[in-house]
Ligand binder design. Structure first.
Ligand code: HPA
Length: 239
């Protein structure tokens, strides 16, 4: 057991899907996995392990924002032998060609957070997705004919910014969308020689002010979960 995860050694699979919302972790476990066992309920941050097409996989809530995600990812990597982490989350689009429900594959994650500024003593680190997971996700998307965008995203510490135009400098440099977790996921995975990828569905657009209700998010969430599970399966079979 670690401080924030109540699992025993061996109860968590080498591959973990990471939704921000713990209830989404439960939803994935109940609707996609077989022989499911819940291994965590500390702080309500639910975690489950089960089988997907015969392959062991876990799904763990990460909470919102990088400080929360970093606690869970650190413990998964340091204490439970996790090797592959796939975030399944939502984001706000900041490019005109990206609409709600679209799927984004985050090749890299810039950040406005101070977390990496401290880690790298003021220098800049290019937090990057794992090539192995990225190419498997790409293969799954292409084989299924699912449209997607791939590129740089922004991991921010703030959902509500006092400056309504703060995102524009990132948009001007080609950043596709804003979320709040991937930068630390990629950084920590690299630090522990593990693999990480963030798959995101667009829940709102800062350009058009379109916004999906929680109910409307379900459809694109389903597609994203299937892509994440197939990516995990493909990667596990080729390890
Ligand atoms: N900003 C930050 N995180 C988000 C957003 C956003 O607009 N939409 C979904 N997650």
């Amino acid at each position: 057991m670690s401080i924030h995860i109540g699992a025993r050694e061996g109860e968590i699979a080498e591959t973990v899907l990471l939704p921000g919302d713990p209830l989404r972790a439960r939803f994935v476990a109940e609707n996609w996995l077989q022989d499911v066992r819940q291994y965590n309920e500390v702080r309500g941050m639910l975690g489950y392990t089960g089988l997907w097409k015969g392959e062991r996989i876990s799904v763990q809530g990460s909470g919102m924002g990088m400080p929360s995600l970093a606690i869970y990812v650190n413990e998964l990597l340091r204490f439970y032998g996790v090797r592959r982490l796939i975030r399944i989350g939502s984001c706000g689009a900041i490019q005109a060609g990206i609409a709600v429900h679209d799927l984004i594959l985050a090749m890299s994650a810039s950040t406005s957070s101070a977390m990496n500024r401290e880690r790298f003593r003021g220098m800049d680190y290019a937090a990057t997705a794992s090539w192995h997971l990225f190419r498997r996700a790409l293969a799954v998307l292409e084989e299924k004919g699912i449209p997607f965008h791939a590129g740089n995203i922004l991991s921010s510490d703030t959902f509500y910014d006092d400056d309504p135009d703060a995102w524009r400098v990132w948009a001007n440099h080609g950043v596709l969308a804003i979320e709040m977790e991937a930068n630390q996921l990629y950084t920590l995975a690299a630090r522990h020689q593990a693999e990480a990828l963030a798959l995101l569905t667009v829940s709102d657009s800062l350009i058009t002010s379109e916004e999906l209700s929680p109910d409307e998010r379900q459809g694109s969430f389903h597609v994203m979960v299937e892509v994440a599970l197939e990516t995990a399966l493909e990667r596990a079979r080729r390890t």
